[in-house]
Each structure stands twice: as C-alpha cells, then as structure tokens.
Design a protein. Sequence first.
Length: 219
Amino acid sequence: MENINNKEYWDNRFGSGDWEEKHGGYQTTCLTEAYLRYINLPAGFQGSILDFGCGTGESIPVLRQHFQEALLTGTDFSVKAIEKCTERHGKEADFICCRWEDVPASDVIISSNVFEHLTNDTGIAESLLKKCRSLFIIVPYKEELENGGEHVNSYNRHSFDHLNPSMIRVFRSRGWSEYGLDLIFNVWTKNIIKFLLGRKTRRARKQVVFRFDNEHPVR
C-alpha cells in the first residue's frame, strides 16, 4: 500500500487549517483523556515524558493537567505542526522538529495514533524503546484499511509480540468512535436492522494501547 504520509503532506495538512477543519485537535484531546487511564504513572511523576508525533500539541494540556511536575516534550517531523505547538503550548512543554531517528531520550515516550501512518513501524518502535524506560503506543484496533488513505497499518493484540509488551488494553474513545447512547443507537440498533435485512453490519471502532518496558535505556 502506497504511503502518502510524507513531510510535505503533513506540512500542508497542519499549515492549511485542514487539521482543525476536520477536528483533528478534538480527536487528539479525547484520545489523550481516554488512554491516560492506562498510563500508570504517579500524579507526582517528576521525570520526562515525550509525545512522539505530537501534531499541533492538543495532548500537552491534558498531560500537563495530570503530570504537573513532569518535564514534557513534543516531537514531530512537520515544521508547521511544531510552529503551532510552540505558539499554543510553548509555556507547557518544549517542542522539537525532528524525524524518529533524532528523537531525544526520555523516561517515558508516548505515541498516540501515529504508528498506523508509518511504513517502518516495527523498526521505529524498536528504536524508541531503546531511548526510554517505558514506551506506550496507541493505535486503532483491527482497522479496515482503505487504499490511498493515511493509515497504512492495521493492528491487533499480537502486532508487537516481538517486543514483549507488558500491557495491552483495548478501549473506546470519544472523538474516535460512537460512545454511550450514540453507540447504542448508531451502531448496535442499526446492526440489528442490517442483520435482519441481510446487509453488512458495522463494527464500532476501538483503540489499543501497548506498553513496553526497558530497564537499560540508551542515554
């Protein structure tokens, strides 16, 4: 599957306002609030947390609210994204424009909804894990890919078995899939009707979070 996720593509999405128009920031905020229940760090954590592929930085205020004493850093390879991060959240975190090879070491690295865009996803995961004590990767769960779309990888519980994840959790999030009453009426009820009519049913979209641990990160 051809990968359209190059630097020029994302500079255009972030720089043109398309990201905001399609509610990308809202989705990031909702996903961060949802996955934080699985980031089992103490509220008084004083180490460093790095958001890999931070986009325009909507995760940072949520992380800052939960980890008020942590050193927060966001990295992205899009110049336009980092410009907006610095303008909007520069008082809450440091931001670095770099590719995955140049990501600095950190106690914790979190990557939410980035790896489904990456061609060398397993190699990048291995590289990031070497640079931290705990790596969290959050991606869509069992996604049905579309040709020509931004997402080029689909994940299940066994996608990172070679890295021996210490935790795997599947969850739902606002901004990504139907939630609460919307889930009941827009997915479950309609699926019953579709099943009775012999039509293809719809699967509610989910996310999965993986945790990996490394006792001896490279500094």
